[in-house]
Design a protein around this ligand. Structure first.
Ligand code: AKG
Length: 304
């Protein structure tokens, strides 16, 4: 199946056709294979819609930011992330990263030992906000606590790019420690500005990374948004639609909690971080047994 998809992708590219319609077709195929689940996820999202959480993420602009007091349980989750980082620092776990500027310090056992982290990602407001953005109850696919040490690098995800593991997705980044411009904040252009830049630069799907000079030949520096702020502040960003980069930590380190939502009919089995990324994808679901909504978000209703 995968080989057939790759071969088809190669043919489409060779004859010079855009690959995006092919992805829409693949997505439609996945939905057609699971019509009952698609309907259930859409209906549940409609029932969850409310005036408080639904507007949090702009569908047009592809992002929403939040202050530390918006989601209940934020402070406890930040304490848990700090504890995870301290343990990692003490033991310097053997896990490695191909990105020395962005290291995941979280593992599955940490999520079991510190349920506040998963509880936060699966909190009522978070699920309602994400469901409103997708128009369906999404899947929680991956979690990480990313440590970005002070560095002078500018490579890979430190350059402007979009994530190509799906056509839409949401990544939530929460500053565990206060984050200023020198700590390499997560930085992005909203979806409308990104579209303007990409159209002008003819940056297609899988168009690769862009240099700052190219991007700012179209966008203005004032259009760049940064997730700056105290512990617990953060944002939910559609990284498939918003050009972004992070970890340009020139003046100090950064610690963020990250989790990723995608549609259940997502395009790729991996989480978009690559094979050696070590973000946690096998999320512990036992705690939520009997909780139908959270079980749905964890994807257990279909996979098990
Ligand atoms: O904050 C960062 O280092 C950027 C991460 C990133 O590009 C991503 O998660 O897609």
């Amino acid at each position: 199946m995968l080989a057939a998809k790759l071969a088809l992708g190669r043919v489409v590219r060779r004859v010079g056709l855009p690959v995006e319609p092919l992805f829409y077709l693949m997505k439609a195929g996945r939905i057609a294979l699971h019509p009952a689940e698609a309907l259930r996820r859409r209906r549940t999202a409609a029932a969850l819609a409310d005036a408080r959480w639904s507007p949090l993420i702009s569908r047009a602009k592809g992002f929403g930011m939040f202050a530390p007091d918006v989601f209940p349980g934020t402070a406890t989750a930040m304490d848990a992330a700090r504890t995870v980082f301290k343990r990692w620092e003490e033991t310097k776990s053997l896990r490695t990263s191909s990105k020395p500027f962005l290291v995941n310090v979280l593992d599955r056992d940490d999520l079991v030992a510190h349920p506040a982290l998963l509880d936060f990602a699966l909190s009522d407001g978070m699920i309602r906000a994400a469901s409103a953005y997708f128009g369906e109850v999404p899947l929680l696919r991956a979690m990480a606590v990313f440590y970005s040490p002070k560095n002078d690098l500018q490579q890979a995800s430190q350059k402007f790019h979009i994530d190509t593991d799906d056509l839409r997705q949401l990544k939530c980044f929460v500053n565990v420690e206060p984050t200023d411009a020198a700590a390499g904040p997560f930085s992005f252009l909203d979806a409308e500005v990104s579209q303007r830049v990409r159209t002008k630069l003819r940056h297609g799907w899988k168009g690769g990374r862009l240099e700052d000079e190219e991007v700012f030949s179209v966008a203005t520096p004032a259009e760049l948004r940064e997730l700056l702020g105290p512990s617990g502040s953060g944002g939910l960003i559609d990284t498939s639609r918003c050009l972004h980069f992070g970890s340009r930590a020139r003046g100090g380190s950064r610690l963020v909690l990250m989790f990723q939502f995608t549609s259940f009919a997502h395009l790729k089995e991996d989480d978009g971080y690559g094979p050696d990324s070590a973000v946690v994808t096998n999320l512990p679901a036992e705690r939520y047994r009997g909780d139908l909504l959270r079980t749905l978000v964890l994807g257990r209703s279909r996979r098990q």
